[in-house]
Design a protein around this ligand. Structure first.
Ligand SMILES: C[S@@+](CC[C@H](N)C(=O)[O-])C[C@H]1O[C@@H](n2cnc3c(N)ncnc32)[C@H](O)[C@@H]1O
Length: 191
């Protein structure tokens, strides 16, 4: 589902690490420290270094699934998200976006359309603070993200908009969406 390449944003990686305080404290806790320099920002080839996990094919697993698993295990952003307590690598897309274009302002009312597994909800909750409001919607089940509420329904369903407005207590300041249909792991179908 998440195919975005890691950012090639220039600049001193140490300086960028300071700016990304949302990432470090997203869950209000210290990132789990496993291995070398896990919470440092990653760029290009450096990010790929020492990531070369091989996945054996297994009888019960289809070839497409094996490829997906290999990509996941070798994706530095997947590892970073795991180490820092984010539900998805997509969290870093929103963090970067919000650094460039500050849209998630303290106190803002945010809607996230297609929010599972909840990485963006985590980022939004942290950014808007206690006075803000974050509501997500997805037809998949999303385990609770503290500080947000989630509607488990199809965004296209009649009544979805009203239900969102009711939970939000009015209109939204920002509507986020990374909605995508479930992938089939068949490359040409998914693209
Ligand atoms: C790429 S994921 C979103 C990842 C999310 N931004 C995060 O950070 O965790 C796309 C999501 O859109 C959801 N989706 C697609 N169509 C939808 C619809 N019509 N109504 C609700 N959710 C939908 C999918 O179920 C999927 O969970």
């Amino acid at each position: 589902m998440e195919r975005q390449k890691p950012s090639s944003k220039p600049g001193n990686p140490r300086k960028r690490a300071k700016k990304s305080n949302i990432a470090k404290t997203a869950l209000g806790e210290e990132p789990e420290k496993r291995g070398r320099n896990k919470s440092a920002p990653m760029k290009g080839e450096a990010a790929q270094r020492d990531l070369n996990v091989h996945v054996k094919t297994a009888k019960h697993r289809e070839y497409g699934s094996t490829l997906w698993l290999k990509r996941q295990l070798n994706d530095p952003y997947v590892r970073k998200a795991k180490a820092e307590g984010y539900r998805s690598r997509a969290a870093y897309k929103l963090i970067e976006l919000n650094e460039k274009f500050p849209i998630l302002k303290p106190g803002a009312r945010i809607v996230d359309l297609g929010c599972a597994p909840g990485g963006w909800l985590q980022v939004a909750v942290k950014a808007v603070g206690k006075k803000g409001r974050v509501i997500g919607i997805d037809y998949l089940n999303v385990p609770a993200v503290t500080g947000s509420e989630v509607l488990e329904m199809d965004f296209l369903d009649e009544g979805a908009t009203d239900a969102l407005k009711e939970l939000l207590g009015g209109g939204a300041d920002v509507v986020l969406s990374e909605m995508a249909a479930p992938t089939t792991v068949h490359k040409s179908t998914d693209h």
